[in-house]
Design a protein around this ligand. Sequence first.
Ligand code: PEP
Ligand code: MN
Length: 354
Amino acid sequence: MNLQEKITTSNRPYVIAGPCSAETEEQLFNACEQLAKNSHVAALRAGIWKPRTRPDSFEGVGEIGLKWLVDAGKKVGLPVATEVATREHVEKALNAGVDILWIGARTTVNPFAVQEIADALHGTSIPVMIKNPVNPDLELWIGAFERLEKAGLKDLVAIHRGFSVYKHPKYRNVPNWEIPIALKERLPQLPIICDPSHITGKRALIQEVSQKAMDLNFDGLIIESHCDPDNAWSDAAQQLTPEQLTSVLQQLVLRSREIGVDAADYLFDMREKIAILDDRLFDLLSARMLLSEEVGQFKREKNITILQQDHWAKMILNRLNKSEEYGLTEKFIRQLMDAIHQESIRHQVKMMNK
Ligand code: PEP
Ligand code: MN
């Protein structure tokens, strides 16, 4: 059975778990051993080469870790997965006997890199999971699948890990759920797994995002788990202990996947779509108020009054002029802008009084 079949025929969710990075042979083995005791865990993960934002961070143990990972998988009887970003990584991972590869978000973004991986994989049939690119570009994500398919790879899986934004108040990478939903609509046969660890960046939110993924019919979850998360060498804030992972999985509520054609199903789908947009509205409002606070701080430093009546009148007029384009009544636009203004003043005042 290939990975696609395993994912779509196993009890939902198909769970891949393991540390962000392989650190030492002992650390990796302990995590794999603990995780394998959980019958929900179907495969293990560990990063061997880590794409880090800043050069002085831990960049992975490299090739030596492949043997630790493959040995750990054999000992506990589970398939193992790691990230590849170059031809050399692919060759080394294949030689070591890694069962599943994934392409990371910072690689999917670069067609040259994806093509290099596709060329290196030509003639093999290893399963490959492709994370969404860091930027919210559905076509780029689809393009990566096409490059691998053209190289003859058939056992492909998508991983949704959220999209990078500057200083988001809640998420490390915003989920933009409409993008994985659109991917499902475009490639209905492709299994899709959610990575709540990299979406949230914090362990307290993993439950909520995993539940959302289940409610949106995702096939599986890939969750970072480490025996001593606080002392992990990478992504310490988002990793769960194996016990915490068990609790997250036990608490998931799994609703029926049956998609009927009656009104109830239609309404459920539409309400989900609306809820996703509402989530984004509130995320945007929250991000906007953070900017207001920065402006408040600037005004305090420069001794400028908070209320700039002329500026605000212009802002409202701009929006009112577009009421037809938006398909919104002038009354609604005025009420909404007033509410935003008042909330913005509240945030600026907070900064003035700091
Ligand atoms: C990872 O899975 O450890 C990783 C680096 O993820 P991403 O490519 O989603 O940032
Ligand atoms: Mn990580």
